[in-house]
Design a binder for this molecule. Structure first.
Ligand code: CIZ
Ligand code: SF4
Length: 319
């Protein structure tokens, strides 16, 4: 405990020395989320993290999250230094959608509007017409569908199928998935609901359709967090990364939160609904990154300009 206190102190000092602010994702460890809150940083979903970083006066952003989040921060604020504890922290959606293969997929469907999820590399975003997050995906695709546009969607097939069901849009889907949300199990969830009939079910749309079907609320991390506070229910079954429980407990201290059942990827994982790449972020690696001012996220200017264009479309639509 003493060592962790010392680490926290060192990080506070380094943040000040480097003119840096810590932005942490909801799925990172609670101690990083706490430190971000205590040092005037922010804890948020991927897009809110980027927005906060853009508006904050610090010249360096220390991004605790996964690589595409660091890239998005760099794309939106090219003048800032973006440090990450671990550049190898990635995402199965990003990994499963390499830019060259994605460009070939787009070339096969030149008549379709290309909409990609925020969980992609800057290079994939640069090839897209639109970037969306899970909080705005249905609204954007409905808008495009009403304009008569047909959609090419990547990379998450579960989110893509969900958007298609909600909007009725004509969508071609890339075959990608999140290794965390894909593990939620419909039969076991139904069983848990039988044992807790008072609980409301909150599901992130990266989950399989049979899990989404059982949800009272389907939404992004921020939307699920809001639901815990706003819905008048004593308990909730939550199907998203367990990292979110820190903020949920903080925001709604009296409520009972239950983890939605997973298939169980490994016998050793603390919680199977916890992203192994998010877990690469820790106090020690953060302190080292600040100490060395590395590793730094770089995005080449042409790619950044392309990604900024499709991100900006989403932000203009949301405004
Ligand atoms: O699953 C993820 O990685 C999410 C929900 C990211 C984000 O904040 O949009
Ligand atoms: Fe990617 Fe899933 Fe991890 Fe989010 S939780 S970063 S979508 S692998």
């Amino acid at each position: 405990a003493q060592e962790r206190d010392a680490l926290r102190e060192r990080i506070r000092r380094l943040l000040a020395e480097r003119d840096a602010v810590l932005v942490a994702h909801y799925y990172t460890d609670a101690e990083l989320q706490r430190l971000a809150d205590e040092t005037g940083g922010c804890v948020a979903d991927s897009l809110e993290m980027a927005r906060f970083g853009a508006e904050h006066p610090a010249s360096t952003l220390a991004v605790a999250g996964v690589r595409f989040m660091g890239e998005t921060a760099k794309v939106l604020t090219p003048g800032k230094r973006v440090l990450m504890p671990e550049l190898e922290a990635t995402c199965s959606l990003d990994l499963g959608c390499p830019a060259d293969e994605f460009a070939a997929f787009c070339d096969e469907h030149p008549d379709r509007t290309v909409v990609v999820y925020a969980n992609t590399s800057a290079a994939v975003k640069a090839r897209a017409d639109w970037v969306v997050t899970s909080s705005i995906a249905v609204d954007v695709v409905r808008h495009l569908h009403r304009r008569g546009e047909r959609i090419l969607w990547a990379p998450d097939k579960h989110l893509g199928e969900y958007i298609r069901r909600e909007t009725g849009a004509d969508m071609r889907l890339w075959d990608g998935s999140c290794i965390v949300h894909e593990e939620f199990r419909a039969a076991e969830l139904a069983e848990l609901r039988r044992r807790h009939p008072e609980a409301r079910v909150l599901v992130h749309p990266e989950s399989p359709a049979a899990v989404i079907e059982q949800a009272d609320v389907v939404g992004s991390t921020s939307q699920l967090l809001r639901a815990v506070v706003e819905l008048d229910a004593p308990s909730f079954i939550v199907a998203t990364d367990a990292g979110i429980f820190h903020k949920m407990h903080e925001a709604a201290p009296g409520k009972t939160l239950l983890e939605a059942p997973t298939g169980g990827r490994s016998a050793t994982c603390r919680s199977c609904a916890h992203c192994p790449w998010m877990a690469m972020n820790g106090l020690r690696s953060l302190a080292a990154a600040l100490e060395r001012s590395a590793p730094e996220v770089e995005v080449d200017p042409a790619t950044a300009a392309g990604a900024r264009r499709s991100l900006q479309r989403m932000m203009d639509f949301a405004a």
